[in-house]
Design a protein around this ligand. Structure first.
Ligand code: PLP
Length: 394
């Protein structure tokens, strides 16, 4: 047998892809599947965005682009950032990457090494921990508690910082819980971070447009105090239903403290993927600058389904679900059903054809929970809820 380096034994996965594969296999055997597993909009990319990519191809944009992205795409991100946050960033601080994930990889690669500690949300997006372990750093989970609306607690987060902490990963609105950290708590966190200038921050804001009940996303970019050590991850995947296009952006620090990071992520691009394909980058400009009615329609549909799913979950025996304030996930507590989360998720798929992800796939504090993606038609949601009711009432 040929032997690889041990880092690959430590690398984890995103179980959503495994569940998707299992659900697809069952479907091919003729089983009816209600897929609440994968976290992607069930909508198509808006047509004017698709047209922009086709036009770019027809216009001959077939070659490499600069490793950090086309100037026009980076300038579109500058406009979009200004609209969302009121903050004007330089196009020289914007990096275009193939999705949101590569920013995660870049940031964790830059700060993670044996001896380094990286703080990340638990339950949280599983790739954070996977990459922290891959690079040999110590993963330090920051508890996201149901009692706290699955939001960051500034006090608790700050209490976990040590002289070895190199990076803090923040995610709001959050996957898998739909938790949104309130502005006041983020302000407290930022103020507290001033005492720890050795800690860089990665803020994953990929769900920034997906908030509900009047909740407004608070970007960490709005705090100049940490701007010189802040990396903001964002992208097109969720907001414009573009998961398969592999288009993301990030905003990197400028100035003496963290200005050197940008050239490092650019070099990483040159070494790994060269650049993002040109037609997608033209599509990305059209997504940002074009009409937003499709985005608004998707948002309204997610909001309707959110209410439907939460109401339905709370009517199930042994299940309680806090109202998620963001993203497109519900994270019901199923501990009173008498089931552990993982066997319950497996049984629901095998016996009722419902694909969803179990809480432990998002961290140790995920035990007792399931994640349902409500980026799905109301008919699918209602049928899945009816089947869950039948199953849990047995
Ligand atoms: N960050 C979070 C919190 C996510 O949930 C996801 C996707 O599920 C990503 C980042 C990755 O996004 P992309 O598909 O653009 O790489």
């Amino acid at each position: 047998m040929i032997r690889t380096v041990p880092a690959f034994e430590r690398m984890g996965e995103e179980n959503a892809f495994a569940v998707l594969a299992r659900a697809t296999a069952l479907q091919q055997q003729g089983k009816e599947i209600f897929n609440l597993g994968i976290g992607q909009p069930d909508f198509q990319t808006p047509p004017h965005v698709v047209e922009a990519a086709i036009k770019a191809l027809r216009d001959g944009h077939h070659g490499y682009t600069p490793a950090n992205g086309l100037v026009a795409t980076r300038e579109a991100v500058v406009r979009r950032t200004l609209t969302m946050t009121g903050v004007e960033v330089s196009p020289e601080a914007v990096m275009i990457l193939p999705g949101g994930k590569p920013t995660m990889f870049a940031a964790i690669l830059m700060f993670g090494e044996p001896g380094a500690e990286i703080l990340y949300p638990d339950p949280g997006f599983p790739i954070y921990r996977s990459l922290i372990e891959f690079v040999g750093a110590k993963p330090v989970p920051v508890p996201m508690l149901e009692a706290n609306g699955f939001a960051f607690s500034a006090e608790q987060t700050l209490s976990l910082i040590t002289p070895r902490t190199r990076l803090l990963i923040v995610n709001s609105p959050a996957n898998p819980t739909g938790g949104v950290t309130p502005r006041a708590e983020i302000e407290k966190l930022v103020r507290g971070l001033e005492a720890f200038p050795h800690v860089a921050v990665l803020s994953d804001e990929i769900y920034d447009t997906l908030t509900y009940d009047g909740e407004k996303h608070c970007s960490l970019l709005e705090f100049p105090e940490i701007r010189d050590r802040l990396i903001v991850l964002n992208g097109w995947s969720k907001t414009w239903a573009m998961t398969g296009w592999r288009m993301g952006w990030s905003i990197w620090p400028t100035g003496a403290t963290g200005g050197h990071l940008y050239d490092k992520v650019r070099k990483l691009a040159v070494n790994c993927w060269s650049c993002v394909n040109a037609p997608s980058q033209f599509a990305g400009i059209a997504a940002i600058d074009g009409p937003q009615d499709a985005v608004e329609k998707m948002h309204a549909a997610f909001d309707r389904r959110r209410k439907l799913v939460v109401e339905g979950l709370n009517a199930l025996p042994g299940v309680s679900c806090v109202v998620p304030k963001g993203a497109f996930y519900a994270f019901p507590n199923v501990s009173a059903t008498g089931w552990q989360a993982k066997p319950l998720a497996n049984a629901l798929l095998d016996e009722e054809g419902i694909a969803l992800i179990s809480g432990p796939d998002f961290g140790v504090l995920g035990e007792g929970y399931l994640r349902l993606s409500y980026a799905n038609s109301e008919a699918v949601i209602l049928e899945a809820l009816a089947r869950m009711k039948r199953f849990l009432s047995r």
